[in-house]
Design a protein around this ligand. Structure first.
Ligand SMILES: CC(C)(COP(=O)(O)OP(=O)(O)OC[C@H]1O[C@@H](n2cnc3c(N)ncnc32)[C@H](O)[C@@H]1OP(=O)(O)O)[C@@H](O)C(=O)NCCC(=O)NCCS
Length: 198
């Protein structure tokens, strides 16, 4: 990602409903958001891989693979602005995260969590084949109390973790169909990242 992207992301944050749905801090100025994003882009934490989703030349979201375990990461994803929701971009972006994690980073396992009331996010994780593991902590979605649900997907469920894999051998290979290209970046939408935002 580039510094220009920091400004685009900061623009999404001007929409309070977007911030509530994304669990971003409310009440920060556009400049504060821009600076925060600029720092993540220029000096990303070592345990974070973030990729921008680009549609027709515009940044429309990003995915994040976060965590310091060698073979396991948390997937986060986000689409902005809110007017782009409901067009399949969220699923395409999350799917790209799985592909990046398994095919290029050679992870054994990717986990994710979403608030129960965040139906689109839950639906994406389920449709991409992640298996629900256990309920997580309580949380709020758009000011309503709810709780986190945790999901996991392994590269190959019938093999123990860390089994060497010469090539892709996991869930279905699917193309990133939403015309969303990737650009290498740094930062994201997982809970651990959101904590950094506060
Ligand atoms: C969650 C988010 C990424 C979804 O993005 P999106 O581009 O709208 O998602 P999609 O268009 O791919 O829709 C995904 C699925 O959710 C469904 N969906 C969308 N909004 C819904 C709603 N309000 N209620 C129920 N289902 C909904 C869609 O119908 C689709 O299901 P389908 O594939 O079976 O048709 C987006 O809302 C977002 O960025 N939210 C803030 C950040 C966030 O919550 N990230 C996820 C946590 S890591």
């Amino acid at each position: 990602m580039t510094l220009e992207d920091a400004d685009v992301i900061a623009g999404w944050a001007a929409d309070e409903d977007f911030c509530r749905a994304a669990e971003w801090s409310l009440g920060l100025s556009r400049e504060e958001h821009r600076q925060f994003q600029a720092r993540l882009i220029c000096s990303p934490p070592s345990d974070l891989v973030r990729l921008g989703a680009v549609l027709e030349g515009q940044l429309v979201g990003y995915l994040a693979l976060h965590g310091d375990e060698p073979h396991r990461r948390e997937l986060g994803f986000l689409i902005g602005p809110r007017t782009l929701w409901g067009r399949g971009l969220g699923r395409a972006t999350a799917r790209a995260g799985l592909r990046r994690g398994f095919e290029e980073m050679h992870l054994d396992e990717i986990w994710a969590e979403a608030l129960d009331a965040n139906h689109a996010s839950i639906r994406i994780l389920q449709r991409l084949g992640l298996r629900e593991t256990r309920p997580g902590e309580p949380g709020n979605y758009r000011d309503q109390p709810t709780y986190y649900r945790q999901f996991v997907i392994t590269a190959r469920p019938d093999e123990p973790p860390n089994t060497p894999r010469p090539q892709w051998c996991g869930h279905r290979r699917e193309a990133f169909t939403a015309h969303a290209a990737e650009r290498t970046v740094t930062s994201g939408s997982s809970r651990s990242e959101r904590r950094q935002c506060r």
